[in-house]
Design a protein around this ligand. Structure first.
Ligand code: AMP
Length: 270
């Protein structure tokens, strides 16, 4: 509040902690564009399903504070569950309805996006940011947050930053910590399948079904992973596309490896 009333611009980077260079890139962007940067660190129970990895989710608050400080953030906000949900749960929910929260990750994670938008709305009200930073890594989530802000006239600019990858192409994720060495090698299939699809399109392929079949076949070559989805929509609205695709398109994949569920995506302009 002091920073705000002194006229400082406030940037918020919402995270679930176990920070890596993907989060680092968001914090860096926030520091470049704002006077005062808050990194929130909260493993939000309401966005996890009953059989998901809430308890196992990696946590490292001390390391997170070190990284946030090194990059230049002014504050880490790491509330307890009881602070964010004082009565045990929330009687008020913020929910983006419709296709944006019915496709892709919503199918295998019912209620997930309602948990995300509710906690992000709470964080916006607590921190009062001018800008909030999301990663394209969770491309659907970023669009859901943008839609919430648009629909509710929240005075926050949503900034979406590119996916940060390991040298071999695997998108950084706190959940990569779940992978054993064999699964880590196998997880490369997500980014290589997307790269292969990109090459197909660079060579002129425009048929949606054929591009999806290519990705599915590539992923099924990897026996350690089981495919959750491989889908193509328009970008950024995530609308259905006709069989022949053009314009800005979003290709998203999700794959399960043991207890880890990994996602990746690609935006291409055709
Ligand atoms: P999480 O802590 O996984 O909930 O992520 C917090 C924010 O960091 C989300 O907006 C993510 O999209 C973003 N993020 C996570 N991994 C990456 C990555 N590899 N590249 C860019 N942004 C990321």
């Amino acid at each position: 509040a002091e920073a705000r009333s002194a006229g400082a611009s406030i940037g918020l980077v919402p995270t679930m902690g176990a920070l890596h260079e993907g989060h680092g890139s968001l914090i860096r962007a926030a520091c470049a564009e704002n006077d005062y940067v808050v990194v929130s660190n909260f493993v939000n129970p309401t966005q996890f399903g009953p059989n998901e990895d809430l308890d196992a989710y990696p946590r490292d608050l001390a390391g997170d504070c070190r990284l946030a400080r090194e990059i230049g953030a002014q504050a880490v906000f790491a509330p307890a569950v009881e602070e964010m949900y004082p009565s045990g749960t929330s009687a008020t929910w913020v929910e983006v309805e419709g296709r944006l929260t019915s496709i892709l990750c919503a199918r295998s994670r019912p209620g997930h996006f309602r948990g995300v938008t509710t906690v992000v709305a709470k964080l916006f009200n607590i921190v009062g940011p001018c800008r909030a930073y999301f990663g394209q890594k969770d491309g659907q989530q970023a669009q859901v947050a943008a839609r919430m802000v648009r629909d509710l006239f929240m005075p926050v600019e949503i900034r979406i930053m590119p996916i940060v990858r390991e040298a071999d192409g695997l998108a950084l994720s706190s959940r990569n910590a779940y992978l054993n060495p064999e699964e880590r090698t196998a997880a490369l299939i997500l980014s290589t399948a997307l790269k292969g699809a990109e090459e197909l399109m660079a060579n002129g392929e425009r048929n949606r079904g054929r591009i999806i079949s290519f990705i599915v076949e590539e992923i099924e070559k990897e026996p350690l992973g089981s495919l959750d989805y491989a889908e193509i929509y328009s970008f950024p609205d995530l609308e259905e596309l006709p069989e022949t695709i053009e314009g800005s398109i979003f290709i998203a994949v999700a794959l399960k490896f043991g207890r880890a569920r990994l996602i990746d995506n690609l935006v291409v302009n055709l």
